[in-house]
Design a protein around this ligand. Structure first.
Ligand code: GDP
Ligand code: GDP
Length: 436
């Protein structure tokens, strides 16, 4: 999926624009629109085209006193990672030195840039737009992110540019694995361990948007694609500490995968950066295998310590807790095969389908014994359930007389029971309640 990055200095309206873009998508696809909103990363549908949007400002906590250096870094990362850059400026406050600096960096890059002049709330503002021509980034596109004026035209222009980025996908039945995690957790090391020295590459599928994204490996009895991004291969050490950096670099790999191997560093435990990447995996509904790497550096490697470590990880990632956790040493090649095995299993679990007969035979008696709590004296009855065919993620529909009264905790109860009866380890499950 193509990636569009919104850059610009603080307070120009990046997040307002981001919200406009991503709302179009949530309204269509998200069953619980509004509950999982995030200002950093989302998806946008426009005229049948879907793309990801990143708001670079979303990583800056106090955007008013952000250092210029920080913005410059973010622009550079956006140039490296995004397919199209929307450079937002504020016509009300006028052209600033920082705008000119950012424009300079953008002009030197090869990325397509759209210059967006925001806060054009009224036609009188038009005179103010003229000075932005001097940025040398072409005609400004006037919008008011706040009231929506011009944002449709802007989206048209984005989609127009996206014509150069075909939405090609691997369609064969071979799992696509992505290794994700903070810098220095050992991603390159484990990838090298997976593919060995002789790099037994079968084919390279031309990348969907840039470079080559999938590389197919046929090794040790496994046949899989490793989803690689430009980022994993040519890593620059400069921006390592920047959380934004590792997130930007993970997005594309996650989107293009079936199962993500999330690596964490045993000596550091689960940190907020790791949680953010785990969140991206979950939001994209990908399979998950957690790998605790550098286990060789832990002195006490007893089962008790391992168990405690496992429990700590699961409680941090709750409510999703049903995934494999593997303790590895990438440099000693310890339990490397186990990682591939687990990823393969998770891939199979995503495809597993329970027959409608078996599903009802197991679930209906349970539901009978523990029915959804009645609401305002209304009795709620679930009559029937089925697992949909086709979706990439196991999806179960429960038919009820009053679906709107079946709440989240009860859905979780249903999900847990399904997970107890059948093995869906590592994959998210969708539960929908529908009218019957
Ligand atoms: P960011 O820091 O670049 O993400 O900027 P925000 O999206 O947080 O917006 C900064 C301020 O500008 C907020 O008070 C917004 O309400 C306001 N703003 C955003 N877009 C517009 C617009 O089109 N017109 C006007 N008048 N204000 C806007
Ligand atoms: P990446 O940035 O996530 O790709 O991490 P690298 O694979 O480049 O590893 C970062 C550093 O951690 C390197 O110095 C590796 O040698 C080291 N490293 C990776 N895996 C292990 C491991 O399992 N044990 C130990 N002790 N060091 C490791």
């Amino acid at each position: 999926m193509p990636l569009v990055a919104i850059v610009g200095r603080p307070n120009v309206g990046k997040s307002t624009l981001f919200n406009r873009f991503t709302q179009t998508h949530l309204a269509i696809v998200d069953d619980t629109a509004g509950t999982t909103r995030d200002r950093q990363y989302g998806q946008c549908d426009w005229n049948g085209r879907t793309f990801s949007v990143v708001d670079t400002g979303g990583w800056v906590i106090n955007s008013d006193d952000v250092f210029e250096e920080e913005i410059r870094k973010q622009v550079n990362i956006a140039i490296e990672e995004a397919d199209i850059i929307l450079f937002v400026v504020d016509v009300r406050s006028g052209l600033s030195d920082l705008d000119s600096e950012v424009a300079h960096v953008l002009r030197q890059s090869k990325r397509p840039v759209l210059l967006v002049t925001n806060k054009m709330d009224s036609f009188e503002m038009q005179y103010a737009e003229a000075e932005f021509y001097s940025l040398g980034l072409g005609d400004p596109i006037s919008i008011s992110a706040a009231n929506g004026t011009g944002t449709g035209d802007l989206l048209d222009k984005v989609v127009e540019r996206l014509k150069d980025f075909p939405d090609a996908e691997a369609t064969d039945d071979i799992p696509r694995f992505a290794v994700v995690g903070r810098p220095n957790v050992g991603k390159s090391s484990i990838i090298n361990a997976f593919i060995g020295e002789d790099r037994h590459i079968v084919t390279d599928i031309a990348g969907t948007t840039r470079d080559s994204i999938y590389t197919r490996y046929d090794k040790f009895g496994f046949d899989f694609y490793l989803v690689d991004t430009a980022g994993i291969r040519k890593k620059s050490k400069v921006e390592e500490d920047l959380e934004f950096y590792s997130v930007m670099r993970s997005i594309r790999a996650i989107e293009n995968s079936d199962v993500c191997v999330l690596m964490i560093d045993a000596t550091r435990g689960l940190e907020s950066q790791d949680l953010n990447i785990a969140g991206l995996v979950q939001r994209n509904q990908k399979g998950l295998v957690v790998v605790v790497n550098k286990w060789d550096l832990i002195e006490d490697r007893s089962n008790t310590v391992m168990k405690n470590y496992e429990n700590a990880i699961r409680s941090r990632l709750a409510p999703f807790t049903d995934f494999p956790i593997i303790f590895t040493s990438a440099i000693n090649k310890q339990r490397i095969m186990k990682v591939l095995e687990s990823a393969k299993e998770v891939y199979m679990h995503r495809k597993f389908r329970v027959s409608t007969g078996k599903l009802n035979a197991e679930m209906l008696p349970l539901i009978e014994s523990f029915p959804p709590p009645s609401n305002k004296g209304k009795y709620i009855k679930i009559k029937y359930c089925t697992q949909l065919e086709g979706p990439i993620v196991p999806t179960f529909i429960f038919f009820a007389n009053l679906p709107q009264y079946v709440k989240e905790p009860y859905k979780r109860f249903l999900e847990n029971k399904i997970r107890e009866k059948w093995n869906f380890c590592g994959t998210p499950i969708n539960i929908f309640i529908r009218q019957k």
